[in-house]
Design a protein around this ligand. Structure first.
Ligand code: ATP
Ligand code: MG
Length: 265
C-alpha cells in the first residue's frame, strides 16, 4: 500500500482554485520531489497532505495517508497520524519551534507523546536525537531557539520532526532560508537520515539541482496543476513540457554563470 496517495486534490479560496486536480502517490521508502515556481501550489499541497490547511480554504479530492483519509477529517483525529506517519519540516525553522521553550523539552515532547518515553530513558533519547542531527553539545538542549543559528534551528526542527519516527517526511524548501554552506550540510544530513531510516520523502523545492540530488521521481506543478511527472533523469534530460524545459534551462544558465564566475575568480 502507498504511504501517500493524493487523488484529484483541489484547493479553493474565495477568489478561485489554487490547486487543481493534483494526483500523485508515494510508496514506502520512495523519494518524490515537488517542483514549480513560486505560487504554483507546492506548500498548499504539502499542508493538505497533513491536514494543516487554513480553515478558510476549501478542499476537495482525496488524500490517503497510510490508508487514512485526511480530507474532511477533524484535526483531533489527524493528530495521531502526524507523529508516526507523516511530519513536515518547514522552510523557516522558527515556524516549528516554540520561542519560550528550551530545545531539549521541545524534542522530548513527541518522544513522550508518541513513544511513551519517561525519565532517564526520555533524557537519553533527547540526547540521542540531538546527536543524530550533529548537535551533540549538551548546551544546545538547554538553549532557547533564539540562542541558536539558523542551521542549528533547522537541525532541531528536523530532530523534532523525526522524534516520533515518521514513515513519511515532508520537507518544504527546508534549506532555502539558510546560507549556501549551511544548506549543503543540512541537505546531507536529511539525505543520510532518510536513507538510514528508509523513510519516504516528499521534497519540495524550486531548485532543480537540489531536488535532483534528493529524490528519484519529480512532479512538476504550474499554476496549481501537475504539468509533468517522471523519473528525475528523464525529466531533467528530456523535459516533455515547455514549462519544465524552461525550469531546466534557467537552472543550467545559472550553473554556467556560476562556473564562469568561479573560473574567472
Ligand atoms: N491562505 C491562503 N488564502 C488564499 N490564497 C492562498 C493562501 N495560501 C496560499 N495562497 C495562494 O495559493 C497559491 C499557491 O501558494 P503556495 O504557498 O502553495 O505556493 P508555493 O508553490 O509554495 O510558492 P513558494 O515557492 O513561493 O513557496 C499562491 O497564489 C498563494 O497566493
Ligand atoms: Mg511554498
Amino acid at each position: 500500500m502507498s504511504i501517500l496517495e493524493v487523488s484529484g486534490l483541489t484547493i479553493r479560496s474565495t477568489s478561485g482554485a489554487l490547486v487543481r486536480d493534483v494526483s500523485f502517490s508515494l510508496d514506502p521508502g520512495e523519494r518524490l520531489g515537488l517542483i514549480g515556481e513560486s505560487g504554483s501550489g507546492k506548500s498548499l499541497t504539502s499542508l493538505a497532505v497533513t491536514g494543516l490547511l487554513p480553515d478558510a480554504l476549501v478542499v476537495a479530492g482525496s488524500v490517503l495517508l497510510d490508508g487514512h483519509q485526511v480530507v474532511g477529517t477533524r484535526d483531533a483525529d489527524l493528530r495521531p497520524l502526524r507523529g508516526p506517519v507523516a511530519q513536515i519540516v518547514f522552510q523557516e525553522p522558527l515556524t516549528a519551534l516554540d520561542p519560550l521553550m528550551r530545545v531539549g523539552r521541545q524534542i522530548a515532547e513527541p518522544l513522550r507523546r508518541h513513544l511513551g518515553l519517561r525519565g532517564a530513558e526520555l533524557r537519553s533519547a533527547v540526547a540521542a536525537a540531538l546527536d543524530e542531527v550533529a548537535l551533540a553539545d549538551p548546551r544546545i538542549a538547554r538553549a532557547y531557539p533564539h540562542e541558536l543559528s539558523g542551521g542549528q534551528r533547522q537541525r532541531v526542527a528536523i530532530a523534532i520532526a523525526l522524534a516520533a519516527q515518521p514513515r513519511l517526511l515532508i520537507a518544504d524548501e527546508p534549506t532555502t532560508a539558510l546560507d549556501v554552506t549551511v544548506q549543503n550540510d543540512v541537505l546531507a544530513l536529511l539525505e543520510r537520515l532518510v536513507a538510514e531510516r528508509g523513510m519516504a520523502l516528499l521534497f519540495i523545492s524550486h531548485d532543480l539541482a537540489v531536488v535532483s540530488r534528493m529524490v528519484e521521481r519529480i512532479v512538476v506543478l504550474r499554476d496549481g496543476l501537475v504539468v509533468e511527472e517522471g523519473p528525475v533523469t528523464q525529466v531533467l534530460q528530456n523535459p516533455a513540457e515547455p514549462y519544465t524545459r524552461m525550469l531546466v534551462d534557467s537552472a543550467r544558465a545559472l550553473d554556467a554563470f556560476l562556473d564562469a564566475r568561479e573560473a574567472g575568480a
